[in-house]
Design a protein around this ligand. Sequence first.
Ligand SMILES: Nc1ncnc2c1ncn2[C@@H]1O[C@H](COP(=O)(O)OP(=O)(O)OP(=O)(O)O)[C@@H](O)[C@H]1O
Length: 262
Amino acid sequence: MRIEVDGLRVAYDGRTVVAGVNLLAAPGEITGLIGPNGSGKSSVLRTVYRHLRPAAGRVLLDGTDLAALAPARAARHVAALPQERGGDFELTVREVVAMGRTPYKRAFAGEDEKDRRIVADALERVGMTRYGGRRFSALSGGERQRVLLARTLAQDPDVLVLDEPTNHLDVRHQVELLALLRAQHRTTLVSLHDLNAAASVCDRLHVLHAGEVVASGTPLEVLTPHLLAEVFGVRAAVIEHPLTGDPLIAFDHTATAAETPS
Ligand SMILES: Nc1ncnc2c1ncn2[C@@H]1O[C@H](COP(=O)(O)OP(=O)(O)OP(=O)(O)O)[C@@H](O)[C@H]1O
């Protein structure tokens, strides 16, 4: 399924933080949202997973306004890993992942064999099977992150919306998470701070700056030294990754763009 964000404006207490945003997450592709702190990435994603109502504009799922769908129906299509990760669930890891099955259940219906299989599979995919009986609140930040990702997988959605999913993860688990996303072949909209991760995993990128999309395209088209200087304020060279051929950004940690002689 495709997600189209059309003329989106987001405001908090009347203050507009995102304006006139149009973007597309194509079916089966990984679409990245990148941009500096405060540029509006989470705000856009919150409207897609219906945590926020747009002040103007629409989010369309295969042409249907997501806001018009009943909550359980929307949750069968779109699953989110928000940045607000919670931590106080007094539930076991397995119970947290099983919450992903809620949109498929009638009120008070128990788990069936299919649910149990899906939950076990989701835990396995994020490498958390042996933590199933542990209390969620007693996990580390990275472990929680993986469990919440398993919950979104258990939801078996058409569209995954992930806000900074690599936060808290060590480098091996970052690489594994990105590989897992690639292997899903689901429509995925993901915000990432790690631009090299974005370059390697995303089919297309949208760059947000001060609440507006300022560039869209493939990582190679978008991640230019000029854009990195203009939008992120850093000096960098973009080279070819020697192992994968992806664009690889080599930051100059000795200079910001403003200090760079032109
Ligand atoms: N709940 C809120 N209430 C009021 N203002 C908010 C709220 N959430 C975000 N903002 C403001 O909206 C703007 C965009 O924030 P947002 O979190 O969408 O940016 P972001 O690109 O995801 O940032 P970051 O990279 O730091 O996570 C910022 O100016 C922020 O201060």
